[in-house]
Ligand binder design. Structure first.
Ligand code: ASP
Length: 330
């Protein structure tokens, strides 16, 4: 069951407006992974599989004919922005794409709330990426249409976490019993923050491998512990590689550092290469939300266990599923 305890007014407001008789996803803001339970993920993944079959067979369908999605991105994006655009178009809808806010009225000093009100006059839902943690929640409070959080600073990236979970399920057949190792920038990496919380819904062993400066935030660890998951902290990767089923590698988030010399100190903390892969199981996967800088050597791309390119494609099907559910079409 979906809970919306952190933002009750919004969900109820939109739910009431849309009326009953539709799935609980109908009209919903997607702000945090804390909204989801295991059964919700099963629903999303089932729809994502249907979407994959339809795309493979027909390329597109007209489920969202007449609907308009706005992509409002205040930070750079390649995959999230284009996969939402591809998703809505493959569903027969249209997209308003604002990828560079310096060419919009934001550069004239317009506040987020006013920009959101503007976009909701034209679009039926808004995908928002913004550098401030909590921005998606603020947007949801002023917007009558669904807001989908596509990354709020170092906060969360819920749709990435959903596609990450789908990747694991499709590649390894399930989640319970797995050992997941998260590597790199656990402090600023929002994909880590969302994915770890979703994994806590399952019987998963979690290893956090990071230099001291990039350790996971204490509130994230406290949240995981409260939900019955106790991540093991490490500095070295080698000792956990042989047990790892999913190696989730992240980029050191250069843009989040106030002190660039601190970034220089940690930027090359880990490089996953063929030697690393030689320590791993035959049946395991390497994931990365991308973009990659130098943390995975290109030689690993040829290893069948490298799932990070496949992960992108899973992402489009998950985003198609989410849009279809939020628009109440499935
Ligand atoms: N693309 C991911 C994000 O937006 C990961 C990254 O930027 O490193 O958080």
């Amino acid at each position: 069951m979906l809970e919306y305890s952190e933002h009750p007014s919004n969900f109820e407001k939109k739910d009431t407006i849309q009326g009953n008789g539709k799935s609980r996803f109908y009209g919903m803001d997607i702000i945090s992974v804390k909204q989801f339970r295991r059964q919700d993920l099963n629903i999303i993944f089932d729809v994502a599989r249907d979407m994959r079959n339809i795309v493979e067979r027909d390329g597109s369908l007209d489920l969202l004919k007449g609907k308009v999605l706005a992509n409002l991105f205040y930070e750079p994006s390649t995959r999230t922005s284009s996969s939402f655009a591809a998703a809505v178009q493959r569903l027969g809808g249209n997209i308003i794409q604002i990828n560079n806010v310096t060419f919009s009225s934001v550069s004239k000093g317009e506040e987020l709330r006013d920009t959101i009100r503007t976009m909701e006059s034209y679009a039926d839902a808004i995908v928002l990426r913004h550098p401030e943690q909590g921005s998606a929640n603020i947007a949801a409070q002023v917007c009558q249409k669904p807001i989908i959080n596509a990354g709020d600073g170092i906060g969360e990236h819920p749709t990435q976490a959903l596609l990450d979970m789908f990747t694991i399920v499709e590649e390894l057949g399930g989640l319970d019993g797995l050992t997941v190792t998260m590597l790199g920038d656990l402090r600023y990496g929002r994909t880590i923050h969302s994915l770890a919380k979703l994994l806590a819904l399952y019987d998963v062993k979690l290893h956090f491998v990071a230099p001291d400066l990039l350790r996971a935030p204490s509130d994230l660890v406290a949240d995981l512990v409260e939900n019955g998951m106790k991540p093991c902290k490490h500095v070295e990767l080698a000792s956990v590689m042989p047990d790892t089923d999913v190696l989730y590698v992240t980029r050191v988030q250069r843009e989040r550092f106030e002190d660039q010399s601190a970034y220089e100190e940690v930027k090359e903390s880990y490089v996953v290469n063929n030697d690393t892969m030689n320590m791993a199981k035959n049946r395991m996967i390497v994931m990365h939300p991308l973009p990659r800088v130098d943390e995975i050597s290109r030689e690993v791309d040829h290893d069948p266990r490298a799932a990070y390119f496949r992960q992108m494609e899973y992402g489009m099907f998950v985003r198609m599923a989410l849009l279809a559910l939020v628009f109440g079409k499935v």
